[in-house]
Design a protein around this ligand. Structure first.
Ligand code: SF4
Length: 248
């Protein structure tokens, strides 16, 4: 199979997590449904993205009610495209994201001074390319990424490290900070931060991994990864199809 289009980080991460999932999504183009955690993440991201885009000019944050409006609109527009569990309460889930947004707006937004938001990039590996956009670069030259999570991460996950390394390859900025807004459905939300630098060895590893994945895609190597933590009917919308197609 020829890869005639640039891969995205998300596509790369999906292949690394499970190549069959990648095939279903990008070759067979079966509709992709994600769960409520991803829905909160997207709506949250939309609210802070709109805030920082205008803050580059205005130097001021939007009000929390303006950000909640953006969050709510984004949340509602994706409800039908979400894989809901039987015991999930849509309103409670939406409100848990609003609580995290309020915390973010009071503690993180005021100390972030953006210089660029949603900057597009293309990394050229010869015949193969990687494309994407960088959420935020601040005035001190830090790459800033924000994610929502339902649990406290003990360390920065490898898919996020990969994302940052791709950014560093693309624009030669290497200082990064991750802000995790931890969405707790019961307790108060929290924020955790991870800071670091991208080293040359990270870039080397990324390039090798990218070339390995694209080589496998060109050879059409697809194997179900049942050991993945995301291999369950809760996290993979292809669960039934996959168990019918692959009897292992
Ligand atoms: S069910 Fe598991 S093995 Fe199958 S596509 Fe999903 S993640 Fe991959």
């Amino acid at each position: 199979m020829n890869i005639e289009y640039p891969l995205s980080i998300s596509s790369l991460n999906t292949y690394i997590q499970c190549s069959v999932k990648w095939k279903y999504q990008y070759v067979d183009k079966y509709p992709m449904l994600t769960g409520s955690s991803a829905l909160i993440g997207k709506a949250f991201h939309k609210a802070i993205e709109e805030n920082y885009k205008q803050k580059i000019i205005s130097k001021k944050d939007l009000s929390i009610s303006e950000m909640i409006n953006i969050y709510n609109n984004a949340f509602c527009s994706e409800i039908d495209k979400t894989l809901w569990q039987e015991d999930e309460d849509i309103i409670e889930i939406s409100e848990s994201g609003v609580r995290a947004l309020k915390l973010y707006h009071s503690q993180i937004s005021p100390i972030v001074y953006p210089s660029e938001s949603e900057k597009e990039f293309l990394v050229d590996f010869g015949s193969l390319k990687l494309q994407g956009h960088i959420d935020l670069i601040d005035q001190d030259g830090w790459l800033i990424e924000t994610k929502t999570a339902s649990r406290k991460p003990k360390e920065l996950y490898s898919n996020y490290k990969r994302q940052i390394t791709a950014y560093a390859l693309a624009i030669n900025i290497y200082k990064y900070r991750f802000d995790f807004s931890i969405i707790s459905r019961i307790n108060r939300p929290e924020i955790m931060q991870f800071k670091g630098v991208v080293k040359d060895i990270d870039k080397w590893d990324f390039k090798n991994e990218f070339l390995h994945v694209t080589d496998n895609i060109q050879k059409e190597i697809y194997e179900p990864n049942r050991k993945s933590q995301l291999c369950s009917d809760k996290w993979c919308c292809y669960y039934e199809r996959c168990h019918s197609d692959y009897k292992i």
